[in-house]
Design a protein around this ligand. Structure first.
Ligand SMILES: [Fe+2]
Length: 234
């Protein structure tokens, strides 16, 4: 925002004009940031109402995502989009019928096709919000596969936005280690094995390596957050 606003240089007749403008711009930036946070919180509450936030799921994803993003050297703007995408990547599921979302058995082809629509639904909602356009695109592509076999666009490799590639890995890992009413979460080592197995095919190997570099080093923390005891995981 500041880069697109021209701040008039102070002149002899108005020595404090530059400072006043600068202060006003700073206030506007703070207002925009506060509004942005309010929107994120409001959508998070919507996910809670629909029971789509499983405990600390989204917060955990945002924390992991930011660590990967920082380690990979993402710029500040990308990190902000990453935070939004990690928190709200499944917002489109509010448009999916509960009979599909809560179905414990495998989805049939028609149900699965509808479930996959959540990426586009999320994009369609978030892109309406000024400042969220980029994060909306990142959300649209969070189920793309590195080998091009994902959805909705079948993008391949670095065609997939880096933020989407990060969300894809941490979301998959989180889903593997988390318990559901109808199944227990996988042990940490098994989840790591599956992540490594799909590294370079489903997942970006650079992202997998970055994530595991701290996930493995902080196994206790990860499992405390995932609600699985370390002893049972090892
Ligand atoms: Fe998703």
């Amino acid at each position: 925002m500041s880069s697109t606003n021209q701040i008039p240089a102070p002149t002899e007749s108005s020595p404090s004009l530059g400072a006043a403008e600068s202060l006003r711009i700073k206030q506007l930036e703070e207002q925009v940031a506060a509004l942005r946070n309010s929107v994120i919180c409001a959508f998070n509450q919507l996910l809670d109402l629909k029971d789509l936030n499983t405990g600390v799921h989204s917060t955990r994803l945002a924390e992991w995502g930011m660590r990967v993003g920082q380690e990979l050297g993402l710029e500040e703007a990308d990190l902000q989009n990453l935070e939004v995408a990690a928190l709200l990547h499944d917002i489109g599921k509010v448009g999916i019928p509960d009979s599909i979302l809560r179905k414990p058995e495998h989805l049939d082809a028609e149900e699965y096709a509808l479930m996959k629509k959540h990426c586009e639904y999320g994009w369609a909602v978030l892109r309406m919000l000024p400042g969220f356009e980029r994060a909306a695109l990142d959300i649209l592509h969070h189920h793309e596969s590195f080998d091009g076999k994902g959805y909705p666009a079948g993008l391949k490799g670095t065609e997939i936005p880096i933020v989407s590639r990060i969300v894809c890995v941490i979301d998959a890992f989180d889903a593997m280690v988390s318990s559901r009413p109808y199944r227990r979460g996988l042990p940490f080592r098994e989840a790591v094995r599956r992540l490594n197995e799909a590294s370079g095919t489903q997942f970006d190997s650079v992202v997998v390596r970055s994530f595991l570099s701290f996930a493995e080093a902080e196994i206790s923390t990860v499992f405390a957050a995932a609600g699985t005891s370390v002893s049972s995981a090892l």
